[in-house]
Design a protein. Structure first.
Length: 205
């Protein structure tokens, strides 16, 4: 059909009602995301318990078109696409059946080659909470741990900033696509993180 596998992998996640559990089942049974877009509507409906609207040719074509547009944007902004079968995809996530099929990553950090510690907490952190977070992250510095948090105000931002100050890698897991940084006043922080660590999201732009 003229598209590479990555386009079809992205397109599969753009289909309505295509959750990660069902999506992984589709890939396992058909042997690849691209097959879902090549097979007839009738075969897909007989193979899976799926509504006609999901496998409609127009719906599938629109999903591929959206994936192509996203691929252009992602390439322009140096964002890497990780499919759940890729060796670079976080291995521990694949122990969970409902983990995302795709992750979008910006930054050089190899996610399977470092120790990781998640540090998350209140957006309205107290002074004590911030001091404790800073001390906790600083004490992890000798171990070279990667600090994973969510880029939010409060504890998350403190954990990221302390990691950067200590020369530790840090990963920010976002609740939105890369076309918008939230909160906006953390744009600079996100850029610092992407320089040595990684920004990570399951949401396309």
């Amino acid at each position: 059909m003229g598209h590479n596998k990555r386009i079809y992998q992205m397109a599969l996640t753009h289909l309505p009602k295509m959750g990660s559990v069902f999506g992984r089942e589709v890939v396992a049974k058909l042997g690849g995301a691209e097959v879902f877009f090549e097979e007839s509507k009738e075969r897909l409906m007989s193979e899976f318990e799926i509504k006609a609207e999901v496998v409609d040719a127009v719906v599938r074509s629109e999903a591929v078109g959206r994936a192509e547009r996203n691929a252009d944007w992602l390439e322009k902004h140096d964002v890497e696409v990780l499919w759940f079968e890729d060796p670079e995809f976080p291995a521990l996530l694949n122990h969970h059946l409902d983990s995302p099929m795709i992750l979008y990553k910006k930054g050089p950090l190899k996610l399977n080659e470092t120790r990781m510690v998640s540090v998350v907490g209140s957006r309205r952190a107290t002074e004590y909470g911030l001091r404790y977070t800073q001390k906790f992250v600083e004490e992890l510095a000798p171990y070279g741990a990667c600090i994973v948090s969510g880029l939010a105000h409060g504890i998350d931002a403190c954990a990221h900033r302390t990691a950067l100050n200590c020369g530790l890698p840090t990963v920010a897991v976002l609740g939105n696509g890369f076309d918008e940084v939230y909160p906006r006043n953390h744009t600079g922080l996100s850029q610092e993180i992407a320089t040595s660590g990684a920004l990570l999201t399951e949401f396309p732009p």
